[in-house]
Design a binder for this molecule. Structure first.
Ligand code: NAP
Length: 416
């Protein structure tokens, strides 16, 4: 027992010098994420650094925000379209936004409106009770969140499966029809203040191909998100000079091979499915996020500069359900471990609440870049490929083509 304890204690002093030597030897001038083997460690260290350093400031901001919002619902009248709200990070975002008075439009697959209304309201109440600092918390929060009947006028769900372009089209048609009828959408208010593109998938049980021929993670994490954003912009559903487009990416985008190297290595064209199966599930997830970040940064820096605030954010690790699509027993062990180590959706989603609530700092402003990348609350540079105007152009143009043809090019998938 003593020897075991000693070995455990001796591990960090032994590992860190070896790790530092390795980084110095192989790192020379490259992005830390590009160094073989070390990228993942670097990612973890950076994530935890951000979580712990930011924690105090974020906590203070949130308490002040809730205390003020208590007397004056800070997001009253704001309309937010959010994907992936029925669990994980998205359910945290929805809870905070609802507690602050926002009206929510929640497209999701397989979701039940009554259940989602109950979930979001109950999250809103518990978040409010956690952060409001007065003694008679319950009464204040009940008043702030509002009566249960109010969910019918402040929260609406729509069916939409992001892996299927037809389903996204059905949703956009339903949204248009809904706008034409009185109720939550009233004349003159046919626009969203914020679109939060959050839904994503890690499909690690093998390669899934979608109805339009895309690899599932690329379809949900990128193609579907791009199609939805395209629809909102093309139909004038976002307010020019005001609305925020908040795209949830991942630090993992830094671990991906550069986009063109990826395509070359697999011998495919942009949009084509590729991969071997479970062994390269994470590189495919990382790649989908790198493409997404490049697209969002590109739209903000090139096509819609000055029109909307494009906020691309790595939320850091979250105790969510994202690992539940891995094979057994990983689908049990990993989510359980995440629940112990990572911040809850309630805590992790505060930077998003802050973005929606603080238009001064995160909105469209003359002279401010339209495309900004964040690691939690800190503004940072994304992986450098995502800032390369040539790559941004390639991704935007190729995506336009994919959305027009609605079909993935022929791919190379070996093993499912
Ligand atoms: N968890 C982390 O540590 C972490 C770290 C960095 C970034 N992120 C990012 O955070 C965001 C939220 O992920 P999460 O961790 O909260 O994962 P999660 O718990 O698995 O939630 C993902 C959400 O996306 C939805 N979704 C998945 N496939 C969909 C589809 N085909 N159509 C419509 N909705 C679909 C899910 O709905 P269903 O119930 O229908 O599946 C769910 O609501 C993602 O963009 C993820 O990449 C997470």
């Amino acid at each position: 027992m003593g020897i075991l304890l000693l070995s455990i204690l001796a591990l960090p002093p032994l590992v860190f010098p070896i790790y530092s030597w390795y980084v110095l030897k192989y790192g020379g001038g490259r992005e830390p994420f590009d160094i073989p083997l070390t990228g993942f460690f670097h990612l973890l260290v950076e994530d935890f650094d951000i979580i712990f350093k930011d924690r105090e400031g974020v906590d203070k901001w949130t308490r002040e925000f809730y205390d003020n919002a208590n007397t004056n619902r800070a997001l009253e009248g704001k309309r937010v379209l959010l994907t992936g709200s029925n669990k994980g990070f998205g359910s945290g975002i929805a809870g905070h936004l609802y507690a602050s008075g926002a009206t929510l439009y929640l497209p999701c697959r397989r979701c039940n409106q009554t259940e989602l209304r109950r979930l979001v309201r109950s999250n809103a109440l518990s978040y409010c009770e956690f952060y409001v600092s007065s003694n008679n918390k319950r009464d204040k929060c009940l008043k702030m969140v509002g009566p249960e009947e109010e969910t019918a006028t402040r929260l609406e769900t729509f069916d939409m499966d992001l892996s299927d372009l037809d389903s996204i089209d059905n949703f956009t048609q339903a949204l248009k029809a809904r706008m034409a009828t009185p109720g939550m959408f009233q004349t003159g208010y046919h626009q969203f203040d914020a679109f939060i593109s959050n839904a994503a998938l890690i499909s690690a049980g093998g390669i899934e191909i979608t109805k339009q021929g895309f690899e599932a993670m690329f379809a949900v994490n990128f193609v579907g998100a791009a199609r939805l954003l395209d629809f909102l912009i093309e139909n004038g559903l976002l307010k020019k000079g005001e609305s925020q487009i908040i795209s949830i990416t991942s630090q993992d985008h830094r671990l991906s091979l550069p986009i063109e190297e990826h395509l070359k290595a697999h011998g495919v064209t942009f949009g084509a499915p590729f991969g071997r199966g479970i062994s390269d599930a994470m590189p495919r997830y990382d790649y989908s996020k790198l493409v997404l970040t490049t697209y969002i940064m590109g739209l903000g820096m090139q096509d819609y500069a000055g029109d909307y605030a494009f906020l691309d954010i790595c939320p850091g690790p979250i105790a969510s359900e994202i690992a539940s699509n891995t094979p057994w027993p990983l689908n049990v062990i990993v989510p359980a471990g995440m629940r112990v180590v990572f911040p809850s959706p309630m805590v992790a989603s505060i930077p998003i609440l802050r973005m929606v609530a603080d238009g001064e700092a995160f909105g469209v402003k003359p002279g401010r870049p339209s495309a900004r990348h964040f690691q939690l609350t800190r503004e940072a540079s994304p992986r450098k490929d995502a800032l390369d105007p040539r790559l941004q152009r390639m991704v935007i143009d190729q995506t336009k083509l994919l959305l027009k043809t609605r079909k993935a090019p022929e791919g190379k998938v070996t093993g499912m």
